[in-house]
Design a protein around this ligand. Structure first.
Ligand code: AMP
Length: 182
């Protein structure tokens, strides 16, 4: 089977070879995409981080990671690019004044928070996460960053579940997915 992604077939294959499908987690009917094998493989992890950095090279001043697997990616990208990292967290975790966004999940809702002073005005922000599913998390995050004064100049994920239609929801913002699953 051929695989595809926005950084070429070899990178897409690398990600595809390091993902485990876990059925019915965390709820019946959900096929969880477990990327821990990719994180645990030094060479593969470095190659995927490099692909994200090279895609956005020179176009971001800071990286925002979405709790919790996005933190792993954000910290590595930030280190490789020599920029800082900002966490987008679940409700109640950040100690100072926050901006909050509540959004719908498949069942119920969730809230994400960002420190209100996380960015300087117009700072260029690259947003990263592991899996793009319905796009609700990403849409809430991008909105929060803009409310905080940042300018989102890139959004990268390791894997996109294309059939859930997030790309259309996030348009005209560009999605960079290393592996696109139809
Ligand atoms: P969504 O808001 O539906 O795009 O969901 C994206 C967030 O939930 C990301 O932070 C993912 O880590 C997580 N997520 C959603 N669906 C899955 C899945 N099938 N496998 C792994 N993580 C998922």
């Amino acid at each position: 089977m051929t695989v595809r992604g926005d950084s070429g077939e070899a990178t897409a294959e690398l990600v595809a070879s390091r993902v485990l499908d876990v059925p019915d987690f965390p709820k019946p009917g959900i096929m969880f995409k477990d990327l821990m094998p990719l994180f645990a493989d030094g060479e593969a992890f470095r190659a995927t981080i490099d692909a994200i950095v090279s895609r956005h090279q020179g176009r971001f001043d800071v990286v925002a990671g979405i709790e919790a697997r996005g933190f792993v990616i954000a910290a590595a990208v930030a280190y490789a690019a020599g920029v800082g990292v900002v966490p987008v967290r679940k409700a109640g975790k950040l100690p100072r004044k926050v901006l909050a966004a509540t959004y719908a999940l498949e069942y119920g809702e969730a809230t994400l928070e960002l420190h209100a002073d996380a960015f300087t005005a117009g700072q260029r922000v690259l947003v990263v996460d592991d899996v793009l599913a319905t796009g609700g998390t990403a849409a809430a995050t991008l909105g929060l960053i803009e409310r905080a004064g940042g300018t989102v100049t890139g959004f990268s994920v390791l894997m996109e579940l294309e059939f859930l239609g997030a790309r259309a929801k996030l348009a005209p913002r560009e999605v960079h997915a290393l592996l696109v699953v139809a």
